[in-house]
Design a protein around this ligand. Structure first.
Ligand code: BTX
Length: 246
C-alpha cells in the first residue's frame, strides 16, 4: 500500500490503494453493521462532492470516510459535519497550512484579506435512519494533501502547495483524534468552529432550498446554522451553499 495505516486512534482502518468512493465503501460497511471504521484510499476513481458534484481525488490525497453510529437526535447530525471540518482544519494548521473554515464545512486557505480563498478540503456527510434515530452516519473527508496543483481544479490548493508534503499517516491520526474528541463533546463544536471561521463578518450570498439571500454573515447558532443579516432582517440558514462576496 501507498501508506501503512496502522493507527492508534479509536477506529479500525479499511485501506485501499484505489477505490471508487470511500463514502460508498463506508456505506457498505455501515449497512453490514460496522462502526468506528476509517475507510482510507490513496486514490478515488469516483470521488463525490455534495449535490452530485465530482470531487477530484488523485493519488497522494487523504480520502477518508468515517463510519459512526451516534446516539443523538438526527437534528444534531450537522454538528458531526462541523466537527469533521474543525478536526481537518486543526490537522492542516499543525501541518503548517493557514487553514480556515468556510460555512458550512469547506476547509479553505485565505488568499487575501477580502474573504477570497482556495479550497483545501471538503466534507460530505451521509446518513441512514428514521426521524428520531440515526442508524449510521458516514462522514467523508477529502483533503488535497500531497498533490500537484496541475491535478486539481483551478480554485483548489493542497498541503503540498501551502506547506510542503505531509506524513499522511500522522495527519489522519490527528484528524481522527480531534474528530473523536468533538463527537464526544458536541457542545464544544460550535465554539471551536467559530474560532476557525472565515465566513463570519463576510458579505455572503447563500443559496437555500427556499431561495437566495444576500447579507452579512453575523453568527452561527448552537446547531451550526448560519445567521445572515440582510439589512432588513436576520435570517437563519440551516443548510445551503454559501459564496463570499467582495
Ligand atoms: P462540494 O460539492 O462542496 O464541492 C465540490 C466542488 O469542489 C466541485 O464542483 C469542484 O468545483 C470543486 N472540487 C472538486 N474537486 C476538488 C478538490 N480536490 N479540491 C478542491 N475543490 C475541488 C465537497 O463537495 C465535499 C467533498 C467530499 C470528498 C470526500 S473524499 C472522501 C469521501 N469520498 C467521496 O466520494 N467523497 C468524500
Amino acid at each position: 500500500p501507498a501508506v501503512e495505516y496502522g493507527l492508534e486512534a479509536p477506529f479500525s482502518v479499511d485501506y485501499h490503494d484505489s477505490v471508487g468512493s470511500t463514502n460508498d465503501r463506508a456505506r457498505e460497511l455501515a449497512t453490514d453493521g460496522a462502526s468506528d471504521v476509517a475507510v482510507l484510499a490513496d486514490e478515488q476513481t469516483g470521488g463525490r462532492g455534495r449535490l452530485e458534484r465530482e470531487w477530484s481525488s488523485p493519488a497522494g490525497g487523504v480520502w477518508l470516510s468515517i463510519v459512526s453510529r451516534p446516539v443523538i437526535a438526527p437534528a444534531r447530525a450537522p454538528l458531526y459535519t462541523l466537527a469533521a471540518s474543525v478536526a481537518t482544519a486543526r490537522a492542516a494548521r499543525e501541518a503548517g497550512v493557514d487553514a480556515r473554515i468556510k460555512w458550512p464545512n469547506d476547509v479553505v486557505v485565505p488568499v487575501d484579506d477580502d474573504g477570497s480563498y482556495r479550497k483545501l478540503a471538503g466534507i460530505l456527510t451521509e446518513m441512514e435512519g428514521e426521524t428520531d434515530r440515526i442508524e449510521w452516519l458516514v462522514v467523508g473527508i477529502g483533503v488535497n494533501a500531497n498533490i500537484d496543483d496541475s491535478e486539481l481544479p483551478p480554485e483548489a490548493t493542497s498541503v503540498r502547495a501551502e506547506a510542503g508534503d505531509v506524513d499522511r499517516r500522522a495527519f489522519v491520526q490527528r484528524v481522527l483524534e480531534e474528530f473523536d474528541r468533538y463527537r464526544n463533546d458536541l457542545e464544544a463544536v460550535v465554539p471551536a468552529w467559530r474560532d476557525l471561521a472565515l465566513t463570519l463578518g463576510q458579505r455572503v450570498r447563500v443559496d437555500r432550498p427556499s431561495g437566495e439571500i444576500v447579507g452579512e454573515a453575523v453568527d452561527v447558532t448552537d446547531s451550526g446554522a448560519l445567521v445572515v443579516d440582510t439589512g432588513e432582517e436576520q435570517v437563519t440558514v440551516a443548510a445551503g451553499d454559501c459564496e463570499h462576496l467582495r
